[in-house]
Design a protein around this ligand. Structure first.
Ligand SMILES: NC(=O)c1ccc[n+]([C@@H]2O[C@H](COP(=O)([O-])OP(=O)(O)OC[C@H]3O[C@@H](n4cnc5c(N)ncnc54)[C@H](OP(=O)(O)O)[C@@H]3O)[C@@H](O)[C@H]2O)c1
Length: 217
């Protein structure tokens, strides 16, 4: 399995990359600049102690992987997806992006499609299976490799097999996935992120998260 993370040079991407690489998955860091992707991949390989990560420009990273994650600010969501639309055909896209209000990240500013996930599915067409995941997991927690993360990862999208692929990847990271059903549920899942950011501020923590109870083990 090869997984690419477009915009993997920022806050959220490296923790995901390191946790997958540690599980033996080949990970490609994507960036608008190939040299930046290579530099971050080299830093992460150093931290991991093994050369499991590569860096590429976003279109090459998207072309090289079977599963592609997107971790760019929502302001770059549409333009980044348009730039890799062809390379993503036939693949699973994990959309991690959250349409936060740039004026106030404790509020949402949803796109007309309803959520980032639904916007991605609309933009990419039926040839790409879009799955939402990791919106409610903080970069701070992901990056702290020495400990587990006390939260669930809500996974939604319209294709059941693609959801299962992503849930398997969540488990390989050492996290607990919850099948959250169809893509329209991303409206709720993405919105929880704004709530969690507010809770982090209110309670002076860096990684509040979500745990669903009452489901079968
Ligand atoms: N940070 C968190 O704790 C967290 C948690 C859950 C979800 N999320 C969501 O995950 C996404 C990424 O968050 P982040 O904190 O990792 O963001 P970030 O650090 O601000 O940006 C990630 C990467 O996106 C690329 N990028 C920035 N502006 C761009 C533009 N105009 N066009 C194309 N690429 C651009 C940059 O990569 P290059 O310059 O290398 O191209 C940057 O390193 C966001 O949508 C966020 O809401 C974040």
């Amino acid at each position: 399995m090869i997984v690419s993370i477009l915009g993997g040079t920022g806050e959220q991407g490296p923790g995901m990359a390191l946790r997958w690489a540690r599980a033996g998955i080949e990970v490609i860091i994507g960036s608008r600049q190939q040299t930046r992707a290579e530099a971050i991949a080299a830093e992460l390989n150093q931290e991991l102690g093994q050369p499991r990560l590569k860096g590429m420009a976003n279109p090459e990273a998207a072309a090289a992987a079977e599963v592609v994650a997107l971790t760019v600010p929502f302001s770059a969501h549409r333009s980044t997806l348009e730039s890799v639309r062809e390379q993503l055909q036939g693949k699973v896209l994990i959309d991690v992006c959250v349409p936060l209000d740039p004026e106030n990240p404790r509020k949402m500013l949803m796109p007309p499609a309803g959520s980032a996930t639904e916007e991605a599915q609309e933009l990419l067409g039926d040839g790409v299976k879009v799955v939402a995941a990791f919106q409610n997991v903080s970069a701070h927690e992901l990056r702290a490799l020495e400990h587990g993360i006390d939260c669930d990862v809500l996974v939604c999208g319209n294709d059941r097999a693609a959801r299962q692929t992503v849930m398997d990847l969540v488990e390989q990271m050492g996290l607990h996935p919850v099948d959250a059903g169809l893509a329209f549920n991303a409206r709720v899942i993405e919105s929880l992120t704004a709530l969690l950011i507010g809770l982090n501020i209110r309670h002076k923590v860096q990684g509040s998260g979500v745990r669903i109870t009452g489901l079968p083990a």
